[in-house]
Design a protein around this ligand. Sequence first.
Ligand code: NDP
Ligand code: X2W
Length: 324
Amino acid sequence: MSIRVGIVGISGFGGGEALRLIANHPSFELVYAAGDSSAGSRLMDRFPGVPAKLTELVIQKWNPDSLPELDVLFASLPTGASADALARVSERVKIVDIGGDHRYADGWAYGLADIWPAQIERQNRVANPGCFPAASLTALAPLLANKLIQPGNIVIDAKTGISGAGRGGESKFGYAESNENLAPYGLLEHVHLPEIAKTIERLSGGSAAGLVLTAHLVPMTRGILATIYCRGHATTGQCVEAARDFYARRGFVRVVDAPPQTKWATGSNLAFVSYAADPKRNLVIAMGVVDNLGKGAAGHAVQNANLICGLPETTGLEGAPIWP
Ligand SMILES: NC(=O)C1=CN([C@@H]2O[C@H](COP(=O)(O)OP(=O)(O)OC[C@H]3O[C@@H](n4cnc5c(N)ncnc54)[C@H](OP(=O)(O)O)[C@@H]3O)[C@@H](O)[C@H]2O)C=CC1
Ligand SMILES: CC(=O)N[C@@H](CCC(=O)OP(=O)(O)O)C(=O)O
């Protein structure tokens, strides 16, 4: 039986990746595409390589009051643009919000699917985690759950590809400004800090008051590497063993011995985590890699949609990453 799916924000980077994944999903049928300035164009005009079955689907002007019969709606709207509109969508339609409006919001499950799948299954409103939280929390969760690090003084140094800023991002992310350039941003007050802090507290039971997140923009299209400095007396072996145990039955998280690289995850819903620790220095370094559009956005969203539809969470997500 096919599950009728819609994507609003389909012309954007997150929506476009959701389109790619849904087009190859064995149970999802894309029946509705929506946006703002792209409304009126056929998918073929926006995505010349779209599979033949979807070429003629026309992008509709987004109107949450007049949706076709849908089972699942993926919302990939700018943060701030989805809360009011999604509140008007019928409860009969399950929603996965890829944007930031509903994380830790009342009535919405927080969709950190590799860590709390049981709390997502059969829900009908799921907020996808942000891209930096997906990379960082996946690496931190086994350490926090096993009390191998202190929760109160974690420093996240994260690098992201330019697509993290979205298609509608500011013009300062053009080729000339981004190529051969490396820039920190969001110092002291990155938008993902509250979400990461809340989750650290949920995982550890302690305060995350000293949390630091510094994001850097690097000249690559996709990928996030979070290098995370923590205080704790665990050895590298203890961290790796805790993570292997924590993720033993989770298909999308690979615990690796070597420091992970962004290309390992490109085009996939995988997360790679790794650890290096020196008990003498009271130092644990956790590393997390994701594709910002995969586990950081659309891949995670499809995983969440599988969970809320009662499908195996890996459905449609088992393809290998793109390499090189
Ligand atoms: N890029 C990434 O790596 C990640 C992004 N996210 C989040 O996902 C969301 C989407 O990001 P991203 O895809 O990068 O952004 P883009 O700028 O690439 O795309 C934004 C999309 O939203 C649509 N849109 C904007 N305003 C409206 C509106 N008023 N009504 C209907 N559609 C509208 C645009 O449609 P149109 O072109 O038709 O105007 C476009 O399709 C954001 O909340 C972002 O923070 C989360 C994790 C990672
Ligand atoms: C490169 C770049 O600018 N990345 C964005 C990603 C934020 C994002 O996607 O935020 P939400 O998912 O919470 O909306 C940033 O760091 O602000």
